[in-house]
Design a protein around this ligand. Structure first.
Ligand SMILES: C[S@@+](CC[C@H](N)C(=O)[O-])C[C@H]1O[C@@H](n2cnc3c(N)ncnc32)[C@H](O)[C@@H]1O
Length: 281
């Protein structure tokens, strides 16, 4: 899988550049903004503030990569594409002894993290929600984008107490004060989080890649999303189930713009009077 990614990712980047050159000229603002976020991520075009935050977050990633200390993690997720977990296992969680260096491998790569940061810079959301904090790297990219914007708060949810404690330390270390970390199973916290943070302008779903769970989360958040909310789904090709999830989400009437970026899927809501546009990059 890793080898395939190493071969195909540079090729994808080339095709993405072609799409960007067309997308940037589109009449509709949301399309231009996604194209612009992708363009600056591909070209690593960052302003001074963005460079500074990125340097600090990537330094943290390097420290975590070298940290062989043990950490006991409780995982309420779907496991791996090969070994699917039962609903009971996902409910009680799987306790696992691992190391920081291993946990950090599941974080979004510097490229995709930068893309998330750039989406935040382009769309300027007031309220963001992340499913799956882990050690806090993608959350740091999202929240630092909001810090530079001068507005916005991120709520990030994580089941494992040990990861929440580490993530909070990491946010403090790099100086982020606009993140609220919510510990516990998503299903147990979602209603409260949604009522307290209505409406959401940005959602990143990077956890629990189970078909029914993901569809359920999307249906639950839908009434709490602002008119032009951006919802980013990670790992849309992780399993057959996740491929079906993304197909179903594309068909949701409120979803107006869809950007299938192979690894991630970006959906933007809008009025049902507007034409639905789907871009396969
Ligand atoms: C892929 S990691 C998140 C990585 C992170 N977004 C990043 O890029 O740095 C997914 C996380 O979601 C958490 N998780 C999975 N299913 C969950 C659930 N049902 N409730 C709460 N947390 C869950 C796992 O413990 C794991 O830490």
């Amino acid at each position: 899988m890793k080898l395939l990614r190493r071969i195909f990712f540079p090729l994808w980047k080339i095709s993405a550049r072609f799409w960007v050159s067309k997308g940037i000229k589109e009449e509709k603002e949301p399309i231009r903004k996604v194209a612009s976020a992708l363009k600056s991520s591909l070209k690593k075009k960052l302003d001074i503030e963005e460079k500074l935050w990125r340097k600090n977050i990537e330094q943290l990633r390097q420290e975590l990569k070298q940290n062989e200390q043990e950490i006991i993690v409780t995982d309420f997720g779907a496991g791996s594409p090969k070994v699917s977990r039962s609903p009971q296992e996902m409910y009680t969680g799987i306790v696992n002894s691992t190391t920081y260096s291993k946990v950090v491998k599941a974080s979004k790569s510097p490229f995709w993290s930068l893309f998330l940061h750039k989406l935040i810079r382009e769309f300027q959301p007031e309220k963001g929600l992340e499913f799956g904090t882990s050690l806090g790297l993608s959350a740091a990219y999202l929240a630092s984008g909001m810090t530079i914007n001068g507005k916005g708060k991120l709520i990030t949810m994580e089941g494992s107490l040990s990861l929440v404690e580490s993530a909070i330390k990491n946010f403090t270390k790099i100086g982020l004060i606009n993140i609220e970390t919510v510990q516990g199973r998503f299903a147990d916290n979602l209603d409260k989080v949604l009522t307290e943070n209505n409406p959401l302008d940005f959602v990143f779903i990077d956890a629990h890649h189970d078909k029914d769970a993901t569809i359920g989360y999307f249906q639950t958040i839908l009434p709490y999303l602002s008119e032009n909310c951006i919802v980013v789904f990670d790992d849309i090709r992780w399993s057959k189930g996740m491929k079906k999830v993304f197909k179903q989400i594309i068909e949701t009437p409120q979803v107006r713009y869809v950007f299938d970026l192979k690894e991630m899927g970006v959906c933007i809501l809008g009025s049902e009077q507007e034409e639905k546009r789907i871009f396969r990059v």
